[in-house]
Design a protein around this ligand. Structure first.
Ligand code: ACM
Ligand code: ZN
Length: 752
C-alpha cells in the first residue's frame, strides 16, 4: 500500500510544527493542521484497518467502531493485508512513525481516499480519534445521531501534547457525584485530550471510598446530618471504583485518588475518634472550611490505620501516583497534644511543620515499598520537602517554583487561574487561557520538573447539577493550555473556536455556563481634571446595559449605557445587563473613590499575598473600593501580620476624615483588625497620632462584614498619612483553624 506520508516527509512536518489557523475548529489546537482539498466520507463500507499484531491499534479502532455504531454507521476492523481496498479506509498504523511524536502524539491525514492515523502507541491513536470526532459533522456525538455518511474535510494534522499531566481535580466529597456522572466527566476530559482524573475522595464533610477493613469510614463517615435534619451522603463501593478505573483506562485517563491527611479528616475521625489528638467525639462536618481536628501524629495507630487504608487504595488504583492531600492542616491540636509533642521530641523535630514533614515522609516511604509515589498540596513544603514527593502548587506558583528549583516534580494549579469553583467574575475564560504553568525564572533543566497542571472543581457550592456550568467553557481553555504549544497563543482566535465548539458541547449534553462576568466595570482616573472615567464592558452578546449613580437598583428605566462616562466625586455605580426587562446574571455594584489620597504614592510595610494583591501595590489608593466579595481582585490582604501604609499627599493638606475599609469572613480565616491607628507628618519622619479606633465587631460575628474604620478629625494639616491596622494574630481558640495565622483584608484608604 502507499502510505500517504513517508518517514522523511513526516520528519519535515514535525520540524516545522506550527499553528496554521485556517477554519479548522479543534480544541485543543493541534501543533499543526493544514486543510487539504475535498472530503472523505465514512460509510458502512469503509474498512477499519490495523496491522497484524498491533493490539493498541486494535483497541482504539474498536473504540472508534463503537462511536461510529452509535452514530448509525457499522464499520468493522480488519487486519491490513496487501489486497485490501485502499480507496475507502481508516488505517491505524505505527509503521514509519517517528520517536518525536512521543507517547501521545499522532498524525492524522484525511484525503479523498481515506484516513491514515499514525502513532507510536495506543494513546496517540486515541487522540487522533478525538481529533477526528471534532472533524465529524455536527450531531455526530448526539444521543440520537443517525448518519449513513460522515463527510470529513481533507486535512493533515501532526500533533502532540506540551505537558504529560493534563488534569482535573474533582471533589466528590462536599457534594457526592454519581458513578455515571463521574464516568461522563472522564469522557469529557478524554474528548479534550486530558489524561488525569484526580479524584478527591475523603474530606471533613464525607468519606467516599469503601475500605473493607474500616467499614465505619463509610457507614458513619459517608453521611452528614445537615442543620435541617436531612441526612446527606453516599460513597463508592470497591466494585464501583474498579468499574470507573477500567472505564478511565479505556479512555487513556489515569485516576489519582486523593486520601487527605493529616487535615481535612473530620469524617474519618467521626468514625474512628481514637485517631485524633483529643479522642473526640466528632460529627461529620456540615460547614465548609478548615477544621482544627486532624489525625494525631503522635499516635502509632494513626500510621497503622493510614497504611491499612492505603493498602486497599493501592489495590484499587493501578496508577503510580497517590495524592495524600497535606493542605490546610492547622497545627493547634498537635501543639497541645502530649503524644504529638513526645513525637516531636523523640524525632528531634523543630516544630509542628517538621512534624507534618515527618508524617508525610513516613507515608511516602511506606508507599514507596508498594512502588507508588505521593503527590501533596504545596503545604507539604512548609516543613521541608518530604521524601519522594511530587508537589501540587495551589497557593500561587511559588510551591511549583520551590519544587522545581530543588529538582522535585510539580503540578501547577493556582487559585488565580485553575479554580473552577470560583465564579467567572474572578476566574474567567480569558484568565484561564492566559495560564502559563511554568513559573517565571526557571532554567530549562528546572522547567522539566513542571510536569503539567490541573483545574480544580471543588464542590462546596456545586452539587452535581451545577458542575457543567462551572467546568465549561473554562475546561476548553485549560485543555488548550496544557496540550497546545504556548507559541502564538491568541485569545481572539481561541474565542472564535470556542463559539463553534459550543455545538459539540450541545451534542455531548454539556450545560455550559458563562465565559465571563455579564458586565465588567473599568475606571480610568483623570486626576488632573478631578474626574474619573467609567467604562462598562458587556460580557455577553445581545445584552442591554443599564446603570444608576444614586445607589438605586438598576432597571430598564435607569440610565442606558451607550458610551464611557465621567464622575466628579466618590460614587456608587450600579450596573446590570438586561435581556428584555430581565436582569441576566448579577447586579454589579462598585464604589469609585475620588479623594485626596486617590492615586497618591503609597509605601507598604508588607508584601501583599500573591492571591490578594488587589491589583497592585497601589491597590489601597486606586480609586476602587473593595466589594462584598473578598475575591473580587480589589481587596488587598496579608496573612499573619499587620498592615502599615504611608501615603504621600504631595503637599500639606487639611484633613477632616480618614477612613479605611476592612473585611471579615471568619469561616475563611479573615478577621477585622482589632485596632486601626492613623498618624500624620509634615516631613515623613516625625509622626503624631491623630486617631486610634478599636474594633466594635466580635471576631465571632458570622457572614461577610465590611467595616470602615473612620476617624473624624479637626484642624489637622499634614502631607504624610500613616495607617497601621493591627491583626488579631492567630485564629482564636474557638475557631476551627485555631492557632493558624489569620487573614487581614483592606481597601480603600480615603482622605477628605
Ligand atoms: C486546596 O484548595 N485546599 C488545595
Ligand atoms: Zn496528637
Amino acid at each position: 500500500m502507499k502510505r500517504l506520508f513517508s518517514f522523511s516527509l513526516m520528519l519535515c512536518m514535525i520540524c516545522q510544527i506550527s499553528c496554521t489557523k485556517s477554519d479548522i475548529n479543534i480544541i485543543p489546537l493541534p501543533s499543526k493542521a493544514e486543510k487539504g482539498n475535498g472530503f472523505f466520507s465514512i460509510t458502512s463500507s469503509t474498512q477499519l484497518l490495523v496491522d497484524k499484531g498491533d493490539t493498541a491499534a486494535q483497541k482504539v479502532s474498536n473504540y472508534l467502531s463503537e462511536l461510529l455504531r452509535k452514530a448509525g454507521i457499522i464499520c468493522n476492523a480488519h487486519e491490513y493485508s496487501s489486497d485490501v481496498n485502499f480507496s475507502d479506509y481508516i488505517y491505524f498504523s505505527s509503521k514509519g512513525t517517528i520517536d518525536s511524536l512521543g507517547n501521545e502524539g499522532y498524525s492524522l491525514i484525511v484525503t479523498k481516499k481515506g484516513i491514515d492515523i499514525a502513532a507510536n502507541n495506543a494513546n496517540g491513536y486515541f487522540y487522533a480519534v478525538q481529533t477526528l470526532r471534532q472533524l465529524m459533522p455536527k450531531g455526530f456525538d448526539a444521543n440520537n445521531a443517525k448518519f449513513t455518511k460522515l463527510r470529513i474535510p481533507a486535512i493533515n494534522v501532526v500533533d502532540k501534547p506540551r505537558f504529560q499531566w493534563r488534569g482535573m481535580n474533582f471533589d466528590c466529597c462536599r457534594h457526592f457525584m454519581s458513578k455515571d456522572f463521574v464516568k461522563r466527566y472522564i469522557d469529557l476530559l478524554a474528548y479534550h485530550k486530558m489524561n488525569i482524573f484526580h479524584w478527591h475522595l475523603t474530606e471533613d464533610q464525607g468519606w467516599r471510598i469503601e475500605i473493607k477493613r474500616y467499614p465505619k469510614l463509610t457507614t458513619i463517615g459517608g453521611w452528614r446530618t445537615e442543620a435541617d435534619g436531612n441526612v446527606y451522603g453516599g460513597f463508592y463501593t470497591q466494585e464501583d471504583i474498579k468499574e470507573i478505573v477500567a472505564y478511565a483506562a479505556d479512555r487513556f485517563v489515569n485516576i489519582v485518588p486523593e486520601i487527605e491527611m493529616p487535615g481535612h479528616s473530620v469524617a474519618a475521625l467521626a468514625a474512628y475518634p481514637q485517631l485524633s489528638c483529643t479522642g473526640g467525639p466528632f460529627k461529620v462536618e456540615t460547614n465548609w472550611g478548615v477544621f482544627k481536628d486532624i489525625y494525631c501524629a503522635g499516635n502509632d495507630s494513626t500510621f497503622v490505620f493510614m497504611q491499612n487504608v492505603l493498602d486497599e487504595v493501592v489495590g484499587l488504583f493501578p496508577f503510580k501516583y497517590i495524592h495524600i492531600g497535606g493542605d490546610e492542616a492547622p497545627k493547634y491540636r498537635w501543639q497541645n497534644c502530649p503524644k504529638c509533642q513526645a513525637r516531636l521530641k523523640k524525632e528531634k523535630l523543630k516544630d509542628e511543620e517538621e512534624l507534618q514533614k515527618y508524617f508525610i515522609s513516613r507515608i511516602s516511604r511506606y508507599l514507596e515499598t508498594k512502588n507508588r509515589r505521593i503527590i501533596g498540596w504545596d503545604e507539604i513544603l512548609d516543613g521541608g520537602i518530604p521524601d519522594l514527593a511530587t508537589v501540587q502548587s495551589w497557593r500561587g506558583f511559588e510551591g511549583a517554583r520551590t519544587a522545581a528549583l530543588a529538582g522535585v516534580d510539580a503540578i501547577v494549579s493556582p487559585t488565580s487561574h485553575c479554580y473552577f469553583d470560583y465564579p467567572v467574575e474572578s476566574v474567567d475564560l480569558q484568565k484561564v487561557y492566559t495560564f502559563e504553568p511554568i513559573p517565571a525564572g526557571l532554567a530549562v533543566d528546572q522547567q522539566k520538573h513542571i510536569i503539567g497542571g490541573e483545574c480544580n472543581m471543588w464542590s462546596e457550592r456545586a452539587p452535581q447539577e451545577l458542575v457543567d456550568a462551572k467546568m465549561f467553557p473554562r475546561t476548553l481553555a485549560m485543555a488548550e493550555v496544557l496540550w497546545s504549544t504556548a507559541l502564538n497563543r491568541d485569545y481572539r482566535e481561541f474565542y472564535a473556536r470556542v463559539q463553534k465548539h459550543y455545538e459539540r458541547l450541545d451534542d455531548l449534553g454539556v450545560m455550559y455556563g458563562p465565559e465571563q462576568a455579564t458586565v465588567k466595570i473599568l475606571n480610568k482616573n483623570l486626576l488632573a481634571l478631578n474626574l474619573m472615567e467609567i467604562e462598562i464592558l458587556n460580557g455577553q452578546k445581545n445584552l442591554d446595559i443599564y446603570y444608576s449613580l444614586d445607589g438605586s437598583e438598576p432597571t430598564t428605566k435607569s440610565i442606558h449605557y451607550k458610551k464611557k462616562f465621567r464622575i466628579d466625586k466618590t460614587t456608587l455605580v450600579r450596573v446590570a445587563g438586561f435581556k428584555g426587562d430581565k436582569v441576566v446574571g448579577s447586579v454589579y455594584s462598585q464604589r469609585f473613590v475620588l479623594s485626596k489620597s486617590t492615586e497618591k504614592p503609597i509605601k507598604l510595610s508588607y508584601n501583599p499575598a500573591d492571591k490578594y494583591t488587589g491589583g497592585g501595590l497601589s491597590a489601597l489608593v486606586d480609586g476602587r473600593k473593595g466589594t462584598n466579595n473578598f475575591n473580587d481582585g480589589i481587596w488587598q490582604a496579608v496573612q499573619g501580620q499587620n498592615i502599615e501604609a504611608v501615603i504621600d499627599l504631595g503637599s500639606e493638606q487639611e484633613i477632616r476624615t480618614v477612613s479605611t475599609g476592612f473585611f471579615q469572613a471568619n469561616s475563611s480565616w479573615i478577621f477585622l483588625p482589632e485596632n486601626v491607628q492613623y498618624f500624620i507628618s509634615s516631613d515623613g519622619q516625625n509622626y503624631s497620632r491623630i486617631a486610634s479606633i478599636d474594633s466594635d465587631v466580635s471576631p465571632n460575628a458570622e457572614g461577610m462584614i465590611i467595616k470602615n474604620y473612620t476617624a473624624e478629625i479637626q484642624n489637622i494639616k499634614g502631607r504624610y498619612l500613616k495607617m497601621i491596622a493591627k491583626s488579631i494574630g492567630n485564629c482564636p481558640d474557638w475557631h476551627p483553624a485555631a492557632g493558624s495565622p489569620s487573614w487581614l483584608f483592606a481597601d480603600e484608604i480615603e482622605v477628605e
